[in-house]
Design a protein around this ligand. Structure first.
Ligand code: HEC
Length: 151
């Protein structure tokens, strides 16, 4: 899948909007996961900006992939203990009724981030980075559509 300019811009916008609004007043595990998601969002934004402006810093892309991968998989599901739904969370209760699916999406995030990292490590060109970045963006979208309630 290839992410066009519009896609990249859109992804950036979504990430920034999500970060700016939701954080206020969060405590405990909800704050921890919002912080983790925001850090993921910052990395996505950094790579998205590079793709938009054309100045590709491959070691930085690799680092972004690594940081996101470290937040994915088991690290991410740990931030969602059962019924941790205190305000201002945007997490959906469906996470715990569809736990296997949620876990799989957290794993997808990790794999896609690692794929972005290896594309960068292997000296990928702009279209290869854009493709890996687009695939990563799809994992955010899939999980948010299923499990995040936009306030
Ligand atoms: C496995 C599911 C899952 C994946 C994958 C995922 N997210 Fe999230 N994300 C969530 C959930 C659930 C919330 C709401 C958490 C809450 O409010 O308690 C969230 C919230 C966010 C927020 C808002 C944080 C805040 O401060 O309120 C941002 C930004 C975000 N995600 C970015 C991303 C990006 C970028 C990706 C992909 C690179 C991604 N997420 C991948 C489930 C996921």
């Amino acid at each position: 899948m290839k992410l066009g300019r519009t896609g990249i811009a859109l992804l950036g916008t979504l990430v920034v909007a999500g970060t700016a609004l939701a954080h206020t007043g969060a405590t405990g595990i909800v704050k921890d996961r919002m912080d983790a998601m925001s850090e993921i969002g910052d990395q996505v934004k950094a790579v998205g900006t590079m793709l938009k402006t054309g100045a590709l810093d491959l070691p930085r892309v690799s680092e972004a992939g690594e940081v996101i991968a470290n937040h994915g998989g088991a690290a991410m599901v740990k931030l969602f203990p059962e019924d941790s739904l205190h305000p201002p969370t945007e997490a959906s209760p469906a996470i715990w009724t569809e736990w296997t699916k949620f876990q799989a999406l957290a794993d997808d995030l990790r794999s896609a981030a690692l794929a972005l990292k290896s594309t960068a490590d292997e000296g990928g060109d702009k279209s290869q980075i854009a493709e890996a970045f687009g695939a990563l963006g799809e994992t955010c979208k899939s999980c948010h559509q299923a499990f995040r309630i936009k306030k």
